[in-house]
Design a protein around this ligand. Sequence first.
Ligand SMILES: Cc1cc2nc3c(=O)[nH]c(=O)nc-3n(C[C@H](O)[C@H](O)[C@H](O)COP(=O)(O)OP(=O)(O)OC[C@H]3O[C@@H](n4cnc5c(N)ncnc54)[C@H](O)[C@@H]3O)c2cc1C
Length: 382
Amino acid sequence: MFSYWEQQSFLDYDHIVVGAGIVGLNVAIELRQHYSNARILVLERGLMTTGASSRNAGFACMGSATELLDDLTKMTEDEVLALFDMRKKGLSALRQRLGDRTIDYVENGSYELIHEDALSAVEQLDFLNKLLLPITGKPAFLLVNHKIKQFGFSSSFTKALIENTCEGGLNTGKMLRALTDLALQLNIEIKTGASVDRFEEGSNHVTVFVPDLIRNDCWALRSKTLSICTNAFAGQLLPHEDVVPGRGQVLITKPIAHLKFKGIYHFDEGYYYFREINGSVLIGGGRNLDIKGETTTDLGSNDAIQRVLMQYLQETILPGTLFEVEQCWSGIMAFGATKMPIVKAFSNQVFGAFRMGGMGVALGTEIATDLVNKINDTILNN
Ligand SMILES: Cc1cc2nc3c(=O)[nH]c(=O)nc-3n(C[C@H](O)[C@H](O)[C@H](O)COP(=O)(O)OP(=O)(O)OC[C@H]3O[C@@H](n4cnc5c(N)ncnc54)[C@H](O)[C@@H]3O)c2cc1C
């Protein structure tokens, strides 16, 4: 049972956003830019963001050469270009919103290690550069084999090295913190520990149900619009949508003296990635080794994949260098039949932006703009 005061002051909102990840926070911030007096609430089931946004690798990535070539076998050229363009616009909007210094955005080089089986990609760099030129304005990919030795990578694995001139890295924790701080500064309410159970649409509002275990009751919050930004968990509230969770494993070493490289690195169509951060090496990926086991929303570890990541560190990335692992973790991504994110108006009150794949850092801000444009159009037309 709610008090008179709670009913008066805490149940009604103009816009409710579910999920306090990169997408949800950007949606709330962007809504504020359009509706200066609106009451905007973000509901997050965890004590803090608990999906991908605080657990990723911080690559502001547009796509490696082998990843884009693989995409071109599954998607049309127009779709691949559209996705590349969205990532580019999203990254630029994120940097503008938060500032490079706040999020430690740096372009220390982005490279792809090409092993024997992927060497055909090297012959297709001219094709990719021409395809992307209208968006990049400069060649996106350069062959830089002379750097293999400089970086100290195993030459028996690394048969070629491709530089990507459009990517950078950032500090994921600082980015998410800055987005949260900005939302709070903009008078956006954020309630954590608030797991939305379901919603119901009325004629002029949506009711959002949030169980409260302490009161043994359920909050019924009313809002003019509801935006579902729960990425891998979107299927809970929108069971008909094509969203498949995919867990990603990550590990980070203790700082390594005289590390020979900085920047961000990929191999195997983006399935593996590593980077330097504060003198340590972070490595992640290998989901393709156990797709079934990693199709889960459970934040657990996969020892077999972690062992392979260790092996890549020992044999390929840091051969001959002694290192220790500092910590391991996992995060949950969202995939579907295509790589395109879902950004949709489900009615004139319920909206959703989710299924960001492994691209949400660069993509998230642009996807939020797209969703808020859909909300605005719907409001204007009703
Ligand atoms: C290991 C790993 C490495 C990655 N590396 C990169 C990278 O280097 N570069 C890159 O671009 N992308 C990377 N990604 C992907 C990127 O992190 C995601 O695409 C992005 O964070 C998705 O943001 P989001 O806001 O859509 O989802 P999330 O960050 O998952 O946020 C969704 C939020 O919704 C909340 N939620 C879910 N259900 C409910 C509910 N019912 N009620 C209330 N709240 C709910 C969750 O707790 C969560 O906090 C990586 C992901 C992982 C897991």
